[in-house]
Design a protein around this ligand. Structure first.
Ligand code: NAP
Length: 298
């Protein structure tokens, strides 16, 4: 275990019955997958949750089962008005936001040269600018209270990149850098940031949520083309369980010192270790070249 303080979680166990001190979550993208699993986990253990989705109707059923501890709200991360309205409503109903999970996001399949500008901008709008928009709406309240937990859902694909998913990786690499800077800025204000990096989770990510370019260039058939197919083929067969991943994220949120980064799943672990080995190998192999760029010492 790399972080001895955080135990592997069991079933949700906190007693029901909300009080003033009951933690308040706001989670984006709760219509399906990890966001929905997280909302359900937090609600089952007795927390209060703003269960948000682009289409609020997709989360009203879930929220209804938890009475006044759940608030079903429309929140499209690309629509700043909906972001402000949802955050204000949550703070009004529950008094504050203790835990923000920036979960909303999706993938896009295209070789870099095949990428279509409008689709790539849409991807950045959701996966990067959408996160910033929600952060800016939630941070003032957290700063005022000198307390808060933020979980940004990145990906193992925020650490390593492969053919066909270059634009998705670009957004998740951006999220990694942004989150690392944010963590340094808000730690002295009592706010902890965790970057969650799942491997393949069995959700709609590679299924109905996946977008792809219509442009297909034959020269990329053996690289991006093949990986396009294998990415789509893995849908429904991913090794990661969103319900278990949600429990792990909740345990990390509870920790006194949450980690900055948290890989989720054995595939992410193996992939991240291989990535580190490759990176270290490259750094070491070129050490002489690298240091030769220094100015001559006087
Ligand atoms: P999912 O089942 O497709 O869920 C994605 C969620 O994001 C959906 O609820 C979707 O809502 C929402 N969303 C998309 N655009 C949105 C927007 N503009 N505003 C608000 N919500 C929006 O996939 P998932 O696996 O649970 O994805 C959750 C996060 O995990 C994503 O950030 C994803 O990149 C990341 N991740 C997933 C995997 C994996 O293998 N599944 C691996 C690494 C990282 P709609 O129903 O309205 O589209």
């Amino acid at each position: 275990m790399t972080n001895g303080a955080i135990a592997v979680p069991n079933e949700p166990s906190r007693a029901a019955g909300a009080t003033e001190g009951t933690p308040v979550w706001l989670i984006t993208g709760c219509s399906s997958g990890l966001g929905r699993a997280l909302a359900e986990h937090a609600l089952k253990r007795g927390d209060r949750v703003a269960v948000t989705a682009r289409d609020a109707a997709s989360v009203t059923g879930l929220a209804a089962a938890y009475g006044d501890r759940a608030l079903a709200l429309r929140l499209d991360v690309t629509d700043p008005e909906s972001v402000t309205a949802a955050v204000e409503r949550c703070e009004k109903e529950f008094g504050r936001i203790d835990v923000l999970v920036n979960n909303a996001g999706y993938g896009y399949l295209a070789a870099i040269e095949e990428g279509e500008d409008a689709a790539v901008r849409d991807l950045y709008d959701t996966n990067v600018h959408g996160v910033v928009s929600v952060l800016k709406a939630v941070l003032p309240g957290m700063r005022a209270r000198r307390a808060g937990r933020i979980v940004n859902i990145s990906s193992f694909g925020g650490l390593a990149a492969f053919a066909a998913t270059g634009y998705y990786h670009a957004t998740k690499f951006a999220l990694e850098g942004l989150s690392e800077s944010l963590a340094a800025e808000v730690a002295p204000l009592g706010i902890a940031v965790t970057i969650a990096e799942p491997g393949g989770l069995r959700t709609q990510w590679a299924g109905t949520s996946m977008r792809q370019s219509k442009t297909l260039l034959p020269d990329y058939e053996q690289t991006a083309g093949e990986r396009r197919s294998s990415t789509l083929a893995v849908s429904g067969r991913q090794p990661g369980d969103p319900v278990r991943a949600a429990a792990v994220i909740a345990a990390v949120v509870d920790a006194e010192k949450p980690p900055l980064r948290l890989l989720l799943g054995s595939d992410a672990l193996a992939g991240a270790r291989a990535r580190l080995d490759r990176l270290r190998g490259e750094i070491d192999a070129n050490e002489a070249l690298t240091t030769s760029a220094d100015r001559e010492q006087a």
